[in-house]
Design a protein around this ligand. Structure first.
Ligand SMILES: [Zn+2]
Length: 408
């Protein structure tokens, strides 16, 4: 298969590693290019003037179009049961978080619904969401558990993720987020739930190979720093690397704990200061920002500009979930990141491709245009240039998406 007459081919990074600081503004490209694909992989690319076609090759003419690597969405909760638009309207009407919780809203709402939903129905709904995000250019996705809040519920979610991974063309990573909230039945006895996570859930997860990572919602009123350390360490003993929900609502040391525990990424970061940025600069932990969640909750956007200017490499992800970011649309997220956080288009795209790949450890096979990498590509409609993509926010500028060498 050959994609020809590409107006400009973007994302030709020579190395597959996290792009930091000023490097984030560079998205190497080639004008008037072609890409050759065999099976699932890119086997060559170059200038149209040097193209030698082979007999019997299928061709896609991408005249006037841009081609770039498909997105790597390193933070989602896209296995869930039912949407929560009633709660959304309650919030619009000014009802408080406590009132909404009393009316059965919040994570507990998703947990109750998940309990009543069969594994089959959960799988089918999530499979449709994967199709939906693939159409807007996502080729790799991390999915968390965390609406089970019981051994049976968490295992059900993780088994659904495993099945999606086995049956989807998308590259999928699985994260165990048992510590998402305290279940209703264990209100007032957090230690009992921590024991359930560590002594009941983790051994089964390790035995059945159900997760790649372990995550904690480290936040006031949820899981504190000590709980977080305890869970992440138990996860590590089972071979699970840490990821962490940190500094979304309060700044009380979650980022530092994530770094100390060797987290691959600390995610959210709406509330960080110079101190957290300095700690991140001395670490290998990837700061991952989730601007659509900040938008939906009307939180301040994370200080992305300050982070990049200080030399950090950031990743961007959707946080796709029914409560605080009911969208997996990355073209919209890209526009929002440029508009609200002043990212340059190149910085936004790098944060969603190479750096997103690093935040889910798939950078050796995804995240850039390189020979031997998986052919996960976005082909745009005819557009004037790269900056046009985030500039035309809300417009569907994607023409075709290729995942594993197949147009979907
Ligand atoms: Zn999240």
């Amino acid at each position: 298969m050959l994609i020809t007459n590409i107006k400009e081919l973007f994302g030709i990074h020579l190395e597959s590693s996290l792009l930091k600081g000023k490097e984030m503004a560079t998205l190497p490209s080639l004008e008037k290019a072609y890409v050759r694909i065999e099976g699932e992989h890119i086997i060559g690319f170059g200038s149209m003037t040097e193209l030698k076609t082979r007999d019997g090759e299928a061709m896609i003419d991408a005249g006037g179009c841009l081609v770039m690597p498909a997105w790597c969405d390193s933070h989602t909760h896209l296995v869930f049961a039912g949407s929560r638009e009633e709660e959304f309207v309650d919030k619009l009407k000014g009802r408080s978080y406590a009132e909404i919780a009393a009316r059965g809203g919040g994570i507990q709402n998703s947990a109750r619904r998940l309990q009543d939903t069969s594994e089959e129905a959960l799988y089918e709904a999530a499979r449709q969401r994967l199709d939906e995000i693939a159409r807007t250019g996502t080729g790799a996705v991390e999915i968390k558990s965390g609406y089970g809040l019981s051994t049976a519920g968490e295992l059900k979610m993780l088994r659904v993720i495993k099945r999606l991974r086995n049956n989807s063309r998308l590259t999928i990573k699985s994260t165990f987020l048992g510590a998402h909230a305290l279940p209703e039945r264990q209100r007032g006895d957090k230690q009992a739930y921590l024991r359930e996570i560590i002594e009941e859930m983790l051994p089964v997860i390790a035995r059945e190979g159900l997760a790649d990572y372990i995550d904690v919602f480290c936040e006031k009123g949820f899981f504190d720093l000590d709980d977080t350390r305890q869970i992440l360490r138990a996860g590590r003993r089972c071979g699970l690397k840490a990821k962490l929900h940190a500094n979304q609502l309060h700044n009380f040391g979650a980022v530092q704990v994530g770094i100390e525990e060797g987290a691959l990424s600390v995610d959210h970061l709406e509330n960080i200061s110079e101190a957290e940025i300095e700690c991140l600069k001395k670490s290998n932990t990837i700061p991952t920002l989730l601007p659509t969640a900040a938008f939906f909750l009307r939180l301040p956007f994370p200080p992305a500009r300050q982070m990049i200017d200080s030399g950090l490499g950031i990743a961007l992800a959707t946080d796709y979930n029914p409560g605080s970011s009911p969208s997996g649309n990355i073209p919209l997220l890209l526009a929002m990141s440029c508009i609200q956080m002043r990212l340059l288009p190149e910085e936004g795209i790098n944060a969603l491709t190479m750096n997103g790949a690093c935040a889910m450890e798939v950078e050796s096979e995804l995240g850039s245009i390189a020979v031997g990498k998986k052919a996960n590509l976005i082909i745009s409609k005819p557009v004037p240039d790269l900056a046009y993509l985030p500039y035309r926010f809300g417009d569907n500028w994607i023409n075709k998406v290729m995942i594993g060498g197949e147009i979907i």
